[in-house]
Design a protein around this ligand. Structure first.
Ligand code: KIV
Length: 277
């Protein structure tokens, strides 16, 4: 029997693995991925039936309040990831390797990935970049740790590019992205995130690769979608790029609840008799 999510009821209970994501691509079933950084959000996402939970380094922005993803540390990512793992029963948990934990040194990259896997219990890691991080990816894969790639807008390189505009709009950059995507697949990545690139290019990449391609701001022609949960819930009102759909207005809901609570405390209306011992 198929369910409202697509797939059989048994499928909805089975743990999601990297192999299952490949099977989903092969049968044309879209992959739904969202970010989480703590136990409670992870639990709600998993109960809702999301296929993959990304412990994104976007935690640097939406949890820690930094302007970029550069400052978040490996220890902080491991803390977020362990909390998320405790909230998830079914979804695949993917953890972003933070800036400075893998670039330019494949031995450091392996140490960082091993710490993430051992200390958090997560299932795999994600890394930003193409050709220049292939040695690090190979070493991590050699330890049996699955790796997801991330191309297009790569926020950890913000100081190289200077802006968060759409990437790979020139033919040269598009061809380089295509080559990097093929290279990541050949190296053994189980999947790829494409961020903020033209939808035609993203669709071409997804069609050319056998591994699942998950888009954010990359149009509908890819194998799945990912959004930052705080953004799609409308918790951060200031961030409203074209690719973002708001599925709720949680800022307003939370603001209203907090204001009501303050009013009730100040007026002595909370707690009442029933709420007291
Ligand atoms: O850190 C993150 O949340 C991400 C997604 C935007 C793909 O990498």
């Amino acid at each position: 029997m198929s369910t409202e999510h697509g797939g059989s009821a048994d499928d909805r209970k089975r743990k999601v693995t990297t192999a299952r994501l490949s099977e989903m691509k092969a049968r044309g079933e879209k992959i739904a991925m969202l970010t989480a950084y703590d136990y409670s959000f992870a639990r709600i996402l998993d109960e809702a039936g999301v296929d993959a939970v990304l412990v994104g380094d976007s935690a640097s922005n939406v949890v820690h309040g930094h302007e970029t993803t550069v400052p978040i540390t490996l220890d902080q990512m491991i803390d977020h990831a362990s909390a998320v793992v405790r909230g998830v029963e079914r979804a695949l948990v993917i953890v972003d390797m933070p800036f400075g934990s893998y670039q330019g040194d494949s031995k450091l990259a392996l140490q960082s990935a091993v710490r993430i896997m051992k200390e958090s219990g997560a299932h795999c890691v994600k890394m930003e970049g193409g050709e220049f991080i292939v040695e690090s990816i190979k070493r991590i894969l050699s330890a049996g740790i699955p790796v997801m790639g991330h191309l297009g807008l790569t926020p950890q390189s913000i100081y190289k590019f200077g802006t968060y505009v759409v990437r790979a709009t020139s033919e040269d950059e598009a061809e380089q992205l295509m080559r990097d995507a093929m290279l990541l697949q050949e190296t053994g990545c189980f999947g790829l995130v494409l961020e903020k690139i033209p939808s035609q290019l993203a669709a071409r990449v997804a069609k050319s690769l056998t591994i699942p391609v998950i888009g954010i701001g990359a149009g509908a022609g890819v194998d799945g979608q990912v959004l930052v949960t705080h953004d799609m819930l409308g918790i951060n009102q200031e961030f409203s790029p074209r690719f973002l759909r708001h599925y709720a207005k949680l800022h307003d809901v939370m603001n209203g609840a907090f204001k009501q609570y303050i009013k009730d405390v100040k007026s002595g209306g909370f707690p009442n008799k029933d709420e007291s011992y």
